[in-house]
Design a protein around this ligand. Sequence first.
Ligand SMILES: *[C@@H]1O[C@H](CO)[C@@H](O)[C@H](O)[C@H]1NC(C)=O
Ligand SMILES: *[C@@H]1O[C@H](CO)[C@@H](O)[C@H](O)[C@H]1NC(C)=O
Ligand SMILES: *[C@@H]1O[C@H](CO)[C@@H](O)[C@H](O)[C@H]1NC(C)=O
Ligand SMILES: *[C@@H]1O[C@H](CO)[C@@H](O)[C@H](O)[C@H]1NC(C)=O
Ligand SMILES: *[C@@H]1O[C@H](CO)[C@@H](O)[C@H](O)[C@H]1NC(C)=O
Ligand SMILES: *[C@@H]1O[C@H](CO)[C@@H](O)[C@H](O)[C@H]1NC(C)=O
Ligand SMILES: *[C@@H]1O[C@H](CO)[C@@H](O)[C@H](O)[C@H]1NC(C)=O
Ligand SMILES: *[C@@H]1O[C@H](CO)[C@@H](O)[C@H](O)[C@H]1NC(C)=O
Ligand SMILES: *[C@@H]1O[C@H](CO)[C@@H](O)[C@H](O)[C@H]1NC(C)=O
Ligand SMILES: *[C@@H]1O[C@H](CO)[C@@H](O)[C@H](O)[C@H]1NC(C)=O
Ligand SMILES: *[C@@H]1O[C@H](CO)[C@@H](O)[C@H](O)[C@H]1NC(C)=O
Length: 864
Amino acid sequence: MQLKLSLLLLFLLSVNSIYTLSKCQCTVDNSTFPGSINTPPTSLAFSPDNEIAGSTNVGKLIAVGSIQILQQIFQVQKQSSGQLNHNCPSGYIPLTKDDFTAIIGRSDINSLVGSTYLNLDFKKNAYYSSTKVNATATKGDDNEAYVYFTLSLNKNNTIVIDNSNTYWETKIKSTVCKRNLQQFSISLNGYEGFDLEKGKSYQMQITNKNVQQYYIYDNNGNKFTTQTFTYTHNGDFQWGCATLNFKLQLFGGLIVGDCLAIWTNNQIAFNADSSSFNMNSIKTTVLQGVKANENNGFFFGPGSAPIAPIIGDSSSFYVYYSIITSDQLMVQKVSSTGTPIGSPIDTKQVGKPFDIVSTQFGFVVMAADSTQRAFIQAINKDGSQRWFRILVNNGDKPDSPKDQIEFFQNDKCELSDGMTCMYEPENGRLNYARGKIQAIWAHYNHFGFEKDGGRNDHTGDTMISLDADTGYNQNIFWSWQTSHSLYQNMHYDGKNLYIASLGDAYPMNINFSVCNIDTYQCISNDKVVQGDIPGNGLGLAAGRTGGFFSLIGNRNQKLFVYQRKASKGGYEGVNSESSINELAVVKFDSQLKYASTTTLLSGDIASRVNCIKSVPFGKNILLAYTVIPASEVDNYNRQNSESKDDQAYIALLSGIDGSFLVKPTQLPSFQISQSDDWRILENGSIAYTYVDKESNLNIYYTPALTIPNYPNPITTSDSIYGFGSFINLQVNVEKNNYNDKCVKQGDSNWSIVDFETNKPKNSSNSNNPINQNNSNNSTNTNNSNNSTNSNNSKNSTNPTNSNNYNNSTNTNNSYNSTNSNNSTNPSNTNNPCVLKSSQDCIQISFASTISHLSIFSLLAILLQ
Ligand SMILES: *[C@@H]1O[C@H](CO)[C@@H](O)[C@H](O)[C@H]1NC(C)=O
Ligand SMILES: *[C@@H]1O[C@H](CO)[C@@H](O)[C@H](O)[C@H]1NC(C)=O
Ligand SMILES: *[C@@H]1O[C@H](CO)[C@@H](O)[C@H](O)[C@H]1NC(C)=O
Ligand SMILES: *[C@@H]1O[C@H](CO)[C@@H](O)[C@H](O)[C@H]1NC(C)=O
Ligand SMILES: *[C@@H]1O[C@H](CO)[C@@H](O)[C@H](O)[C@H]1NC(C)=O
Ligand SMILES: *[C@@H]1O[C@H](CO)[C@@H](O)[C@H](O)[C@H]1NC(C)=O
Ligand SMILES: *[C@@H]1O[C@H](CO)[C@@H](O)[C@H](O)[C@H]1NC(C)=O
Ligand SMILES: *[C@@H]1O[C@H](CO)[C@@H](O)[C@H](O)[C@H]1NC(C)=O
Ligand SMILES: *[C@@H]1O[C@H](CO)[C@@H](O)[C@H](O)[C@H]1NC(C)=O
Ligand SMILES: *[C@@H]1O[C@H](CO)[C@@H](O)[C@H](O)[C@H]1NC(C)=O
Ligand SMILES: *[C@@H]1O[C@H](CO)[C@@H](O)[C@H](O)[C@H]1NC(C)=O
């Protein structure tokens, strides 16, 4: 009977996972496998191996029918009105009352409690089950809340089920733990939770103890029946994920399952040797037929021409720019030698680009226009719009929000701090990983009015996640951090997302974060760079940021390039002073713990370094920077680049510690601007953009690198390519948007209409936990944001989601309710930037920025 119950639980688990109709769905397979014996032993039996829970040896298991219990007895630690589950080691839970019933029903019960097996001492101990006598009594002040069923010896020396109150019990409170089949986790050697490279083979080994038979298969139909097996990663074409299903027959005859979704890491000539790089091999060309808006400012301003390497296309990239005469935002596919491929795609939006990332379906862009409207837009390869999300569209200096993306901090539907009334989006960056878009952007928020009537407005940054396929399923990493977040960097290492924001007040340093993109949890450290980078709280800082780099052969160490200069700064009574001039590389670990600093330049020359670009180049780092004339050195770094005065240098750094491999060489023929972009292409060449004063979009590129041969298969012990061990623990996604409570379907401010949250969680799907929010019913309600469609508020059948494989949901949704609202499609005709030069817009924007940056007291409270 117990066997049936356990299997039933396993089946329920599988049924739940069917609700997650999304990419990289990972379903635990509940079928048995050929030749398995799933009848439990008739008499009590010890497992051959000791069990390991986490890293602790928790002793042998005893098979009591279909229940596997640990021989060790665990103490019930707390007087508990909640659950007793925390008393067992991970992967184990206390016996329930039903388990007690099954055990007492056995003829060998006395032998089980005797000295050979459990050695229970009923005089000294009270043995609790996890079942409450009154299941609904949970309140801490309710005596009944502490009463649980226990296994006891009655006056006739018969083992019975009794009950006891953990609050008043005087005996030692104990429990017997059993294997938790609902949370069975596969434990693997040869995979560390990092995305894998397509086509590469990895030797893996299951390390769970007490396994009698193995049955493993992947989504390409490969099967393995041994503890050690060779898995070749082949992510799904559209979404880049693959699944591995595990079925294990355990000691005691039980069959358990687990499922792992593994995402694909794009190959970027990882570990290619770049040490023979010749500076003079950098080539340049002007992108024909393009006159783009230039931005030579550093902060509080968008980019000029961000680029995105194309996934699965070794040598081409997208460049995102706005046409100088119209501000029309365009995307051009470009070969690695700077030749346009096909005609540019008109995104049907105007404004200034923030960033672009490529996805399997096309690309995703983020931009803002001069009406202070910012958005994220997904476009298919054929140029059709896939989805469109407004981030901010509240106009200039709003007192109340009109249209913006919304996140709620509680079930009272209060908007998140610092996102109650956003305006003036300044800059931002995108990342695409695991089927999701991560976006950080800096913006103002209006917090209300001061007593004297002045506005209480400040700048910080916000970071969110959207499903790349649909633009829905929004989650938030944080809502208001790092003033003023002058510049943001992002780096995904195949597992975690690293973010750096340059602050000028809170903190006067670079604020580093490392985030789990599946749980949206981050840790941060604004003291990785030792000492201060003074700022003035008004947009000026005595430092600059370069970029991140992952160490080859040590996945847990990162490098980051930065500059700072001697400066006296401070804001609102917080003084900050630094006497250090340096261009340096700081090393830290995946928990953002500082390791070391390599100083590249110091003294006068370092104080003049202004714009820094650094990108991985094979196993090393390509560094470029500008040096301003000595006469222009000031207390803070200069806020713009000057192509006539600034000198550009390029160097190669060691990927191990960031030291110089090839000393800086001046490149007289070109410039570097903070607003332009440097990226590594899949074949290892680096492409970068520079929009010059004549509005030419210059493309620079290095030669490609030779991709090294990988071992086949890659074994765990390989010091460079090998992976460590991994336990597929269920990740806990804390609710962080309350949209199921706070957003009605059809609301023009819709976020995700999440009808599925109350369904049981799918514990099998731990690599893709967001799927529980992504119900098929809720994802396709809104096709309204066809930007070209502003006059056509009636016709709702615009099938922008034609590639959406959630086909069944596209037919009968309530398009009407959302499409009648055209507030998300403001007309572009009154854009004051159109037909003016880009400089005007940026300067206007910058001036107003400064004037808003006046009162900081609330921010200080918020950030303290
Ligand atoms: C597995 O679960 C499905 C429902 O998801 C059910 O229809 C099927 O019968 C189960 N298989 C077995 C062997 O019980
Ligand atoms: C169980 O506890 C609840 C909450 O304290 C109480 O309302 C209810 O009457 C209790 N039921 C029984 C059968 O005692
Ligand atoms: C103990 O055993 C006697 C005789 O078998 C029986 O009458 C009595 O009910 C038992 N008491 C308990 C508490 O089970
Ligand atoms: C937007 O709607 C217009 C008019 O219905 C249509 O011609 C156009 O293709 C749509 N654009 C996109 C990107 O779907
Ligand atoms: C740095 O960013 C993190 C977000 O990861 C935030 O929690 C923290 O408060 C920020 N630090 C400051 C000083 O703003
Ligand atoms: C890699 O990039 C270079 C540009 O440096 C290009 O010429 C070459 O064709 C690319 N290689 C492949 C295999 O695409
Ligand atoms: C789909 O959404 C509607 C609300 O529009 C709701 O009534 C219905 O129950 C949902 N269906 C599913 C399967 O969630
Ligand atoms: C909507 O578009 C369809 C074709 O796409 C057309 O047949 C229909 O007349 C249009 N309806 C309205 C109200 O514009
Ligand atoms: C889309 O749905 C229709 C109707 O349900 C079906 O006939 C068609 O095969 C589906 N297409 C895909 C690609 O699933
Ligand atoms: C959509 O709107 C049209 C006209 O505006 C109306 O005739 C139709 O019934 C509406 N459909 C739904 C599903 O509300
Ligand atoms: C759509 O926008 C136009 C122009 O801004 C406005 O007049 C109209 O009322 C809007 N329609 C709806 C349904 O919001």
